[in-house]
Design a protein around this ligand. Structure first.
Ligand SMILES: [Zn+2]
Length: 219
């Protein structure tokens, strides 16, 4: 992790966390992957997130935390860490535990621009459904599922709220929702993203830690 470099970038951008500019806000996403990611999964995830954010009016730029630092102007910077294996190889038919798929970090009730997605848990949740797809389609579908979990965490960060809604920010997903052809923010969520709360409103501040907003699966 190159957090010291990132900290410099963050401090150089006064717009972070402030009001959005009138031009199309650009969100720069710095990524860190625990395991290598297949091209198909990555492209599918990025394309799906672009189509989720485009109607809201946000443009996404993807950069690697490991890449050399360049100064760029961005409305917001978010750091995403992907844990576990983010690919569709080696799937097994198995039951999944009802566990969080993603987290957004908090500190003293403040929402930080740092989120994590647990690829192993996303895979586990959707793998029985992935098996029903032609092998060529599985990686793409997994990328879509990852995009939706990521969009959920971006919602908390960009709308400055830990509250949940009924579109992509709903507190729990079914595997079918994660793999659906289309799953977007609803009107209320879109409004919240365009006019973020001035101060964060955690529903339940974490007890003494950076806490999370787990995206749970339906049982
Ligand atoms: Zn949440």
């Amino acid at each position: 992790m190159k957090l010291p470099i990132l900290a410099l970038v963050l401090s150089a951008l006064p717009a972070l966390g402030g009001s959005l500019p009138t031009t199309t806000p650009q969100i720069t996403i710095y990524t860190s992957y625990q395991h290598d990611l297949s091209d198909v999964v990555e492209k599918s995830m990025q394309a799906e997130l672009a189509s989720i954010m485009e109607p809201v009016g946000f443009e996404l730029e993807w950069r690697s935390l490991e890449a050399p630092n360049e100064s760029r102007v961005a409305s917001e910077i978010v750091v995403l860490t992907f844990r576990g294996k983010c690919d569709a190889q080696g799937l097994t038919l198995a039951s999944h535990e009802n566990a969080g798929l993603g987290w957004t970090h908090l500190s003293d009730g403040e929402i930080l621009p740092f989120a994590e997605v647990d690829c192993d848990r996303v895979r586990m949740l959707v793998q029985n459904d992935l098996f029903r797809l032609p092998p060529m389609e599985r990686a793409k579908a997994l990328g879509r599922a990852m995009a939706r979990v990521t969009a959920h965490e971006l919602y908390h960060i960009l709308a400055h709220t830990m509250r949940h809604g009924s579109g992509l920010s709903k507190p729990a997903y079914s595997p079918q929702e994660l793999l659906a052809d289309e799953f977007l923010f609803d009107q209320r969520e879109t409004k919240a993203l365009r006019r973020p709360a001035k101060t964060a409103s955690p529903k339940k501040p974490a007890i003494g830690s950076e806490s999370a907003s787990p995206v749970m699966s339906y049982q």
